[in-house]
Design a protein around this ligand. Structure first.
Ligand code: GZL
Length: 332
């Protein structure tokens, strides 16, 4: 495990002792924190989160923070608020602090090689979580844990093939995620590949809602104004779908009936609307990967190698299911 340089650890100890002496009546929790800070067997994980744009992301962050506590991993957490440059800055700060492991969810796929080369030179393993990167040097990362977005796109298409059986022509509009992000690229291509063999399906327009509810509503308002006939909405995440449903209802149409809706994530609000008949299919994309991340971080800090790709186990929820009322709470 990577220890802090002796000088830095000595400084931390002296500082901690001073704090203890100055706050002799400190509540138990401060003393507990001090003890933890001195425990140099703890894995120190630097995690750069891309933002808090959706219920999925908020659930992902909670999963990571709760899992770190359960695992006894010391977590340095930074929220980049949807800005790649802030993620790069956070990764550089983790390198300077000489964490044992770096993990991050890259907001977009391109532009990471320089900072990851710096981590590699510093001997710090980098684990990619949730989304992926494009790189010319695969040695810059040690592995990926998250979802197979291409498979999610295919599952969305597969539902439509069943749902729209017998309909002569099917006009689709798509509200996609953050441009150049892995889920946007892969969900879109999986969806298209699944429908490619059936000429009845036409995607008449695709617009990006950046995974945001507000933009999902704006996108749907525009799509409704430009297309007299829309049979299906394929939305890359539930937050945008919730916004789109507002627009559909404000236009006097019935979501789930006048317009078939296929969405991705599986947040509680979407499952509730599925039960109400306002959404027809929810393709699961679980954010609850915190425990997997912590287990992998511990193995990396111990010098182990890990599998290159570890995928979450996910399902599809749809109007064809009979178990919707017995589903446990979604946790996001
Ligand atoms: C998918 C994740 C996406 C979710 C969105 O793993 O990256 O980002 O589908 C989130 O809800 O904003």
């Amino acid at each position: 495990m990577r220890a802090l340089p002796a000088a830095k650890r000595a400084f931390a100890t002296v500082l901690t002792l001073c704090v203890c002496l100055l706050s002799a009546c400190a509540p138990q929790s401060d003393v507990a924190t001090t003890t933890a800070a001195e425990d140099d067997t703890q894995v120190l994980l630097g995690f750069s989160q891309l933002g808090s744009e959706s219920a999925w992301r908020i659930g992902n962050t909670k999963s990571i923070q709760d899992a770190a506590k359960r695992a006894g991993v010391q977590l340095m957490y930074e929220n980049a608020e949807q800005k790649q440059e802030k993620q790069i800055k956070a990764i550089r700060s983790f390198i300077a602090y000489q964490v044992d492991v770096i993990a991050f969810s890259p907001i977009v796929e391109d532009g990471w090689d320089n900072v990851l080369e710096e981590a590699k030179q510093a001997g710090i393993p980098v684990l990619i979580t949730d989304r992926r990167i494009n790189t010319t040097d695969e040695s810059l990362i040690v592995g990926f844990v998250g979802s197979d977005f291409y498979a999610e796109g295919r599952r969305a298409g597969r539902f439509l093939l069943e749902k729209m059986a017998g309909q002569e022509t099917v006009t689709i509009v798509e509200i996609s995620g953050t441009v150049d992000s892995t889920p946007m690229r892969a969900r879109g291509s999986g969806f298209r590949d699944e429908l490619a063999g059936d000429a009845r399906f036409t995607i008449v327009e695709s617009v990006s809602g950046d995974f945001l509810r507000s933009k999902g509503k704006e996108c749907m308002e525009g799509l409704l104004s430009r297309h007299a006939v829309i049979d299906v909405l394929f939305s890359h995440n539930d937050s945008m779908t919730l916004g789109a449903i507002e627009a559909i209802e404000e236009a006097g149409l019935a979501p789930g009936k006048d317009i078939v809706i296929v969405t991705v994530d599986g947040e509680q609000a979407a499952i509730d609307l599925l039960k109400e008949g306002k959404i027809n299919c929810v393709v699961e994309c679980t954010p609850l990967i915190g425990d997997m991340i912590m287990a992998l971080a511990k193995r990396l800090a111990a010098g182990e190698t890990i599998p290159r790709n570890i995928y979450s186990d996910e399902r599809v929820f749809s109007e064809f299911d009979t178990d919707l009322d017995s589903l446990p709470p979604r946790e996001y």
